[in-house]
Design a protein. Structure first.
Length: 73
């Protein structure tokens, strides 16, 4: 029964893009951390950089979306 509720929520037009955005951001942070680790060999530094980059990129994406809303007007 819970599976059907989750499936219905994911198919909702408002929830699906949010889930996709969050899952993409998590995947991108993992990739960023792996790349930084490959270059530095430091797990702490790669975690810090991937979190900071994730926050910055999320904020910049928000500004990007707001810009395109403004352009439509």
């Amino acid at each position: 029964m819970a599976i059907n509720a989750i499936k219905a929520a994911v198919q909702d037009s408002h929830i699906r893009p949010i889930i996709k955005a969050v899952s993409w951001r998590i995947l991108a942070m993992i990739i960023t951390g792996a790349v930084v680790y490959a270059y530095t060999g430091e797990i702490k530094k790669s975690g810090e950089i991937s979190v900071v980059a994730g926050l910055i990129l999320t904020f910049v994406y928000y500004l990007h979306e707001r810009f395109w809303v403004w352009v439509r007007k």
